[in-house]
Design a protein around this ligand. Structure first.
Ligand SMILES: [Fe+2]
Length: 381
């Protein structure tokens, strides 16, 4: 069986991995023929940490910088596109978490002329700029997925889905993970965990996507706690795991857990992975009896547990070790606020990809708790 690192190498023709490799960007840019790349990054951490200076030191030219807010909405895109066009950029290097990588995908494909905020697909025959993904969190897998998630003008979360903007090159540098703030690292790990489990049980999953997700899930279960505590070797391992899980979810797509999570982020600014952490255990309890024995066994085996109840418990342990809550009722929202999120999270396409489509009463129980929901959320089976 191939290792996670070998899988990453196989997934991208221009893959670089290793401590400090992000400081050797000059040779990669030269290989890609990029002379005027733009640096896309988050608002502050990269600059404050000193990594930005080190990364840019090896660039051929002084790079224009575009800063992305923590959870950007679609109205911000046109401003980025104007900046890219004004710089005359021939490519992009995106250094950051999921939002930064997703923003780079839009900047690679759209221009001020072909962009409209109500677009949901990339127009045909656009010339996509080459771009380099340098993730600084261990979780979204965005470097190997065709998705780019944003909050729309109506306040709802949605995802672009287009393979035209898959990253041209991927750089995994564990040195960038070391100082990742825990409020970002924990939710990112939970995102990878949920993606892995959803990818295994997704209706649209294939043997390959399940194999990738299972391998990644096993690494998360093995190294997730140590990675969060700052152990460099474990951080490198879970970064590969999250990336390979991302490649799996690119094929299998997400299910009801992700669907339910989006309104928590769009309406209340709750970090994506934090919302998933609160939802996943309840969805696992409800979904367990609806899985085939082989799917259930694959998830249990990957989590290194003997049965489903122990699997749910292991997932809760992991989430708690990442300082996350494991019930929607612990997210600090009122009952009325939770109720308002139920129908919004019932996206038909994602629910149809769940092993069994939860009905309205089940969704309400899973999100709001209450008498039945309390059973679903708190029981150990
Ligand atoms: Fe996600």
């Amino acid at each position: 069986m191939t290792t996670l690192h070998e899988d990453c190498q196989a997934l991208c023709a221009h893959y670089r991995s290793g401590r400090g490799v992000s400081r050797l960007m000059g040779s990669l840019l030269s290989t890609l023929g990029l002379r005027r790349p733009v640096l896309v990054r988050g608002q502050s951490w990269l600059k404050r940490s000193g990594h930005e200076e080190a990364i840019l030191a090896d660039w051929p030219v002084q790079a224009p910088i575009i800063a992305i807010s923590a959870d950007p909405d679609i109205s911000e895109v046109s401003g980025w596109l104007v900046q890219v066009a004004a710089s005359g950029a021939d490519g992009l290097v995106a250094v950051g978490g999921g939002s930064v990588l997703d923003a780079a995908k839009l900047m690679a494909a759209f221009t001020p002329d072909n962009w409209r905020p109500d677009l949901r697909q990339v127009p045909e025959s656009v010339a996509v700029l080459p771009w380099v993904a340098v993730p600084t969190t261990t979780g979204t897998g965005s470097e190997f997925t065709p998705y780019a998630s944003f909050t729309g003008l109506d306040g709802r979360k949605f995802s672009f889905d287009d393979r035209c903007w898959m990253a041209t090159a991927v750089v995994h540098d564990p040195a960038l993970l070391v100082e990742c703030p825990t409020k970002i690292a924990g939710p990112a790990l939970a995102d990878a965990l949920s993606q892995a489990i959803e990818s295994i049980w997704a209706v649209r999953g294939s043997a390959l996507s399940r194999e990738r997700a299972a391998k990644g899930l096993a690494a998360l279960a093995r190294s997730g706690e140590r990675a969060y505590s700052g152990d460099p070797e474990s951080q490198a391992s879970v970064q590969w795991a999250a990336a390979v899980i991302g490649a799996g979810i690119a094929e299998s797509r997400t299910t009801a857990v992700h669907a339910a999570s989006y309104p928590f982020t769009a309406r209340h600014g709750i970090a994506h992975g934090r919302a998933l952490a609160a939802l996943l255990p309840g969805y696992m309890r409800w979904t367990g009896s609806r899985l085939t024995p082989s799917i259930k066994a694959l998830i249990c085996e990957s989590l290194a547990v003997s049965d489903w109840a122990a699997g749910v418990q292991r997932v809760c342990e992991l989430l708690k070790s990442w300082d996350l809550v494991t019930s929607p009722r612990d997210l600090g929202l009122t009952e009325g606020q939770l109720e308002a999120l139920v129908s919004e999270g019932a996206r038909a396409d994602r629910l149809a990809n769940h092993p069994e489509i939860p009905d309205a009463a089940t969704l309400s129980s899973l999100i709001c708790g209450g008498e039945t929901g309390g059973d679903l959320v708190n029981s150990t089976v």
